[in-house]
Design a protein around this ligand. Structure first.
Ligand SMILES: Cc1ncc(COP(=O)(O)O)c(C=O)c1O
Length: 346
């Protein structure tokens, strides 16, 4: 059965153009730096983000980990949001593998970290009791805060704030291009103020595998070594990187379609009594079940699946639906109709 799959944009399949590029890709041993397709992807990514260099990594998780381990040393502290992906969903890798201590602070509703909240947790470098504040991580778009994005102006303020205090900023930009397209700004305006950025090719951009970490040449040299330590030095991986080039060249602008469909989906769901729907800033539609809705989240997941639609509950009464390349207008309408039936029945 071909499901309408709204659980995430990570479920996206590569497009026919990607499969063709993968079949034809020239490849080499990337641990020797010999893979022309990977080199092309890294250069393209760095150029788009206005950074000196890029590094192809197998996942967003490895990109964030390699970045934080490159910037920090054991005993350093990385400041991040309490609901950030790195804190919640990356296995605590920065501490288990790098000895980096996390300091978690509350995000603003839009996913930003307030500068005064960061200031309040900065450590005294001269006090032997305290770890060393070294890095601030900002997530853009912010997954658990509803697919919210950060503006160029806020990122400039954050970068200036960090640099004036001897800290660096890493951006988890798994969905960085969604943030740029939603604001109608060049992605460089988002990447420029921060020291390093990871973005994912394997989410809304539809490539099957991989992320790119970008930053200065010196930083990427360090990250390349750490990627090897983490087991992420791949060989003829140009086969998969080829799809990433197609993703960057052809799949960015169309993210606006996913955002428009997310708004359409939210508008349709809002008309269903029993659902409390957030306005989607990008491609994620979050909603809560009101007390009046008598169905459970598990029942909704099951009964929607019977209708050929996969949806994901992120909590006992909360859902996240994600639009992407493989969700068209008909899929949005079918989803609204399906939820109307399932909620109405309860
Ligand atoms: C905000 C964010 N950062 C990082 C990641 C990690 O990416 P990956 O699944 O490729 O490790 C994800 C994955 O969903 C994410 O949503």
């Amino acid at each position: 059965m071909n499901y309408i799959d709204l659980r995430s944009d990570t479920v996206t399949q590569p497009t026919p153009a990607m499969r063709e590029a993968m079949a034809k890709a020239p490849v080499g041993d990337d641990v020797f730096g010999d893979d022309p397709t990977i080199n092309q992807l890294q250069e393209l990514a760095a150029e788009k983000l206005g950074k000196e260099a890029g590094l192809y990594v197998p996942s967003g998780t490895m990109g964030n980990l390699a970045a934080i381990l490159s910037h920090c040393t054991r005993g350093d502290e990385a400041i991040m949001g309490k609901r950030s992906h790195t804190f919640l969903y990356e296995g605590g890798g920065i501490s288990t593998l790098g000895g980096v201590h996390s300091c978690q602070i509350n995000e603003q509703p839009n996913g930003a970290l307030a500068l005064e909240d960061i200031e309040a947790v900065l450590r005294d470098a001269d006090d032997p009791h305290q770890p060393v504040s070294r890095l601030i991580e900002i997530e853009n778009t912010h997954n658990r805060c509803g697919g919210t994005y950060q503006s160029p102006e806020y990122l400039r303020q954050l970068g200036d704030f960090a640099h004036a205090r001897g800290l660096v900023v890493h951006m988890d930009g798994a969905r960085l291009f969604n943030a740029a397209v939603a604001q109608g700004v060049d992605v460089k305006q988002l990447s420029g103020p921060v020291d390093s950025v990871t973005f994912c090719l394997s989410k809304g951009l539809c490539a099957p595998v991989g992320s790119v970490l970008c930053g200065s040449r010196e930083f990427i040299k360090k990250a390349r070594k750490i990627r090897k330590h983490l087991g992420g030095g791949m060989r003829q991986a140009g086969i998969i990187a080829a799809a990433g080039i197609v993703a960057l060249e052809t799949m960015v602008e169309r993210l606006a379609d996913d955002h428009a469909r997310a708004r359409k989906l939210a508008a349709g769901l809002r008309a269903i009594p029993g659902l409390l729907v957030d306005e989607p800033p990008t491609n994620m539609v979050f909603f809560n079940l009101a007390d009046s809705a008598k169905v459970t989240a598990e029942q909704i997941e099951e009964e929607m699946k019977e209708r050929g639609i996969l949806v994901h509950a992120t909590g006992a009464r909360r859902f996240r639906l994600v639009t992407h390349y493989w969700i068209d207008d008909a899929a949005v309408e079918k989803t609204v109709e399906g939820l109307k039936q399932v909620i109405g029945r309860g």
